[in-house]
Ligand binder design. Sequence first.
Ligand code: PNS
Length: 165
Amino acid sequence: MNTIALYPGSFDPITYGHLDILERATKLFEKVIVTVAVNKEKSSVFSGEERIDLINECLRGKTWARNVEVNKFKGLLVNHATKMKAKTLIRGVRQISDFEYEFRMALTNKRLQPSVDTIFLMPDEEFTFISASLVKEIAYWGGDLSSFVPPNVAEALKAKYSGNQ
Ligand code: PNS
C-alpha cells in the first residue's frame, strides 16, 4: 500500500481551513507532502518561498505534523506526484459549490495519470467559509484576521498590505 499523499494548493496564504485538512490527512497517511503551486507566481501575493516558510512556521512544534513535508512544484501536478512517489492527492471541499471545480480537476488528473487518485476531505464546520482570497480582502482593508489564519500569517499579510488603504 502506498501511504504518501500530496496536498497541493496555492496556499497564498495558508489558512486555518488548510491546516484543518492537513491535520486530518496526517492521520490517514504515513507521509503527507504539502506542495505549493508556483505556476502563477506573478499573480500571487506571496512568493513560493514565502508561502513555504509560512507553512513551515505554522507546523513548527505541532506533534501531528511530524509526518509532513513541504515543497513546491511548477507544471502539472500529476508529474510532481509521480516524482514524489505519491499515489493520492488530497483536496479540501468546503461546500457543494467547491465540488464542481474539484470534480473536474480530479477527473483531469485521473485522465493524465490513472494511477493517482484524489481524496476529498471536509474541514471542521467552523472553517467551511474560510478562503485565502477572502483572507486577502480582509487584510487589504485592515480587518481582524485572528480567526482565519495563524498569527505568523496575519503578520505577514499585514506587512504585505501595510500602506494600501
Ligand atoms: O489552492 P488552489 O488554487 O485551488 O489549487 C489549485 C492547484 C494548484 C492544485 C491546481 O491548479 C493545479 O494542480 N495546478 C497545476 C497544473 C495542473 O496540474 N493542472 C491540471 C489539473 S486541473
